[in-house]
Design a protein around this ligand. Structure first.
Ligand code: GLY
Length: 559
């Protein structure tokens, strides 16, 4: 195991309520399990649980807390997907708080006169920012599904913004990466005298505390109408962005039917379009289900997994986009018959070599948390402002750091974005459209166990969730093991297997090369998976935070 995995903070609380495995499944979890990318955020979830909230209240509190203490990953200036499971009636829904392109956006807005993509135009500054969805989602979830008032659920976040959070090593690394693009307002909040602050420095965000207080008092309208909305629109428009007031006033959360599938005895529920995550995950598992992977030598197993990734990511590029703008044949793309047809040409001895393209910067963005409450409600939420610290543009006086989610569109058909992902017509820019995402909050369920999981990591999110899903299906019912699994990835373009240090053994590297694969060993690990597991058969809960990150998982007993 890599040194970072050995020494990283890693909390796994295992609660065994029954001494022996029970014969009857337990109808309700014995408590709560929570995992997030930041200890203060996990604390916020615990605080809301103790205040009498349910998992949905905790989700509101934790999303807002992440916006404050992990500003490089998500925030009020961004968006996300909240996958909800309501224990009482079994209802499952994906709350889509994804950002939308502004009304004045157009398909060629990032091209120069010669029709080439202007480098960084969709990444840095206010022109890169789509209309945020997270504040709307917080108000919506609190009102529709929560038990506590929004004002109570936002209390921890407001406190963290007012009192400050401590700079960590990860903060320093990502602030160093994005410091060159911070505008003055962002630099004032995230830097000290123009420099990345030392470890332990307290970052206080009084303007963000005021904005959160406005949302606590007025809900949706606190952000999308009135003085704050005017300030946001003026701040963007005067600095080269294209927002107008109606972009904010017309923003609405959507409820989507999640993507469902099965792999052997595991039921899968995952993100629907405008995320590509659920469709790609189910498609890959459908392809892999035709083989007994456990019977293969490691190299043959990796080869087949990679070939399924290649095919699913190709379909992602060809067919997927915002379902309100493009027609997606979800039934076909997630069917077993289609998967059989797609994987019929997988050659046991050779790669399919289907596309060329350049390697691009990987994702170190986004965030995820997982919650299971003592009634059995679940939330898997993956939230983003896209690249670390989003566009680097903060609207002065608001504390709101804006996303650069416009880069998740295909700025030009076939030209790769910052994650090396290509896209076509289905993901072209259009006013009001949501950019295609890879975020994949997921539930896995068998008769005896439930897992709630997800991770950040740009284009690699889907392959990380795939590897965890396969492990769960093969009997890894240990949250710690799921978040620690070594990772490898293929995304069709570029045609290469990217892998973490030590994820693939030397002999297997040779075997994969002989089959024609190109391999790219990463110098550092990637992802920050957060997983909770409820062993229904044993009345046991687990919560684990990826040792590659700085988060924490915790289990709390019912009162
Ligand atoms: N911004 C990363 C994603 O949505 O996939």
């Amino acid at each position: 195991m890599r040194p970072c995995c050995v020494k990283a903070t890693f909390v796994l609380l295992l609660l065994t309520v029954c001494q022996a495995a029970a014969t009857e499944p337990h109808p309700k979890p014995p408590g709560w399990a929570i995992a997030s990318a930041h200890p203060l955020v996990t604390d916020a979830g615990v605080e809301i649980a103790r205040a009498g909230g349910n998992a949905f209240d905790a989700a509101v509190a934790m999303s807002a807390a992440l916006a404050v203490v992990e500003p490089m990953g998500s925030g009020l200036g961004g968006g996300g997907f909240w996958l909800l499971h309501h224990a009482k009636n079994g209802q499952q829904v994906m709350v889509d708080g994804r950002e939308r392109a502004p009304q004045r956006a157009h398909r060629d807005m990032y091209l120069d006169a010669a029709g080439n993509v202007r480098p960084r135009a969709s990444l840095d500054g206010p022109l890169a920012a789509a209309i945020p969805g997270e504040p709307a989602a917080l108000a919506y979830i609190a009102e529709r599904y929560g038990r506590l008032p929004l004002s109570r659920s936002l209390t921890p976040a407001i406190r963290f913004a007012r009192d400050g959070f401590a700079v960590t090593h990860r903060y320093q690394r990502l602030a160093t990466l994005r410091k060159p693009v911070f505008n003055a307002a962002a630099a004032q909040v995230f830097l000290v005298n123009g420099e990345v602050p030392g470890s332990g420095t307290l970052i206080k965000q009084p303007d963000l505390a005021s904005t959160l207080t406005l949302i606590a008092q007025h809900g949706h309208a606190g952000f999308y109408a009135g003085q704050l909305a005017k300030r946001l629109v003026d701040g963007v428009a005067t600095q080269g962005g294209v927002w107008v007031a109606t972009d904010l006033s017309s923003y609405a959360v959507m409820e989507r039917e999640p993507i469902r599938g099965s792999y052997r005895d595991v039921e899968i529920t995952s993100a629907a379009p405008p995320s590509s995550g659920g469709i790609a995950l189910v498609a890959m598992l459908n392809m892999l289900e035709r083989w007994d992977l456990g019977q293969f030598a490691r190299v043959d197993r990796i080869h087949r997994i990679v070939e399924s990734m290649r095919r699913a990511y190709r379909d992602r590029a060809m067919y997927l986009g915002d379902p309100d703008f493009v027609s997606i044949d979800t039934g076909r793309l997630t069917s077993k018959d289609y998967a059989r047809m797609l994987s019929d040409d997988v050659d046991a001895y050779a790669t399919s070599n289907q596309a060329s393209g350049k390697n691009r910067t990987e994702g170190r963005d986004t965030t995820h948390f997982s919650i299971l409450d003592d009634e059995g409600n679940r939330v898997a939420a993956t939230l983003s402002i896209n690249y670390p610290f989003g566009s680097g543009f903060m609207v002065a006086g608001t504390g709101v750091l804006l996303n650069n989610e416009m880069d998740d569109f295909a700025a030009k058909s076939g030209v790769a974005n910052v994650y090396g992902l290509i896209g076509g017509e289905a993901n072209a820019i259009a006013p009001g459209k949501r950019p295609l995402s890879s975020m994949s909050p997921t539930f896995l369920e068998t008769e005896n166990a439930v897992a709630v999981l997800g991770t950040p990591g740009g284009s690699r999110i889907i392959s990380m969730v795939l590897l965890a899903s396969l492990a769960f299906a093969e009997g890894t019912l240990d949250a710690n093991e799921l978040v620690t699994l070594p990772r490898f990835h293929h995304q069709y373009v570029p045609d290469q297997i990217v892998f973490e240090p030590f994820a693939i053994e030397q002999t297997d590297l040779v075997g994969l090369k002989l089959k024609g694969h190109q391999l790219q060993r990463r110098e550092s690990p990637y992802g920050d998976m957060q997983a909770v597991i409820w062993r229904k058969d044993q009345g046991q809960l687990q919560a684990a935070s990826d040792p590659r990150g700085e988060g924490r998982g915790t289990v709390i007993l019912s009162k």
